[in-house]
Design a protein around this ligand. Structure first.
Ligand code: PDD
Length: 281
């Protein structure tokens, strides 16, 4: 496998970063994960726009023009012959002697790009069975709108989910409402057939998959409400699902051990999963 590291394409075994990279010491960086499908990178303009925003919020300089970053990402996908999978891009503030404040002398942001194949059959099998979620108290910092590599709460949440036999953990805020998953956005479908997800300006990452889906609702004649929902509402909902670039639309069939709907993947979630790539670019 080939990785891009700071201007070079290297065999993964030879690819490394400096131990004083601020990403390593402080998680002082941002990332993106894009879907690769048929060798194509999906929804790149939205991913690059979000990257630009994340960098701006952390005051990290753009390491190169976004168009050049896009070329590098395509090249890593090509060199790894990824047809179906994901490409990972990470930009950190760079290498400097360890000190919490920004380096006084400007440093070059560090860029890493990797890609890997995913077995499409595995995703389809997950989608056919549906996944289970558990809920956990929200314990992340308030700036989850930034796609930062500081993911320790998310790592711990995912592990708690796995140990509970679930696939994803949904965070619940102090008011008792679901925010999002540890690595996905959370959705329900009400018994009246309305799709519900939380507003992007209230404690969640503005998912690219989420945005594409929302834009598709009119054409698909899906009724939609942007508002928070509780785990109890989810348990009593007709359907639930999660979205992420690595999973597209993934049906959820249980929450905290309680079946959702008939305990099988919902019809609307299945339809949205099938139709998604008509609306992605
Ligand atoms: N995660 N919320 C969180 C906390 C996420 O980490 C992600 C994506 C999403 C969905 O965003 P998008 O649709 O743009 O992928 C929501 C990626 C896939 C990851 O960390 O691997």
């Amino acid at each position: 496998r080939i990785a891009y590291v700071n201007g070079r394409y290297l065999d993964m075994r030879d690819a490394s970063v400096n131990i004083e990279d601020r990403g390593y010491q402080f998680a002082d960086g941002v990332y993106e994960v894009c879907e690769v499908r048929g060798g194509k990178l999906i929804d790149m303009p939205r991913h690059l726009a979000r990257l630009q925003r994340s960098l701006g919020e952390l005051r990290i300089k753009e390491p190169m023009p976004l168009a050049a970053l896009s070329v590098v990402m395509h090249e890593v996908v090509r060199r790894n012959r990824v047809s179906h999978g994901i490409v990972y891009l990470q930009v950190t503030r760079g290498v400097a002697r360890r000190d919490h404040g920004f380096p006084a002398a400007p440093v070059k942001p560090a860029v890493v790009v990797t890609a890997r194949s995913l077995d499409p059959a595995k995703g389809q099998a997950n989608a056919a069975h549906g996944i289970k979620v558990i809920t956990l108290p929200e314990n992340r910092w308030p700036r989850v709108d930034i796609k930062s590599t500081a993911l320790l709460p998310n790592v711990l949440a995912k592990q708690v989910a796995r140990e509970a036999g679930a696939y994803e953990a949904w965070y619940v805020d102090r008011d008792g409402y679901v925010t999002e998953g540890s690595s996905s956005n959370a959705w329900i479908v009400t018994k009246e057939g309305r799709v519900v997800t939380r507003s992007a300006d209230a404690g969640i990452l503005a998912g690219v998959t989420r945005a594409v889906l929302m834009d598709a609702f009119e054409a698909l004649q899906v009724r939609f409400e942007e508002r928070p929902f509780t785990p109890a509402e989810a348990a009593g909902a007709a359907e639930a699902f999660v979205t992420a670039s690595s999973q597209i639309v993934m049906p959820v069939v249980a929450i905290d051990g309680q079946p959702i709907g008939d305990g099988k993947p919902g019809a609307l979630a299945k339809r949205l999963r099938e139709q998604f790539h008509r609306f992605a670019v």
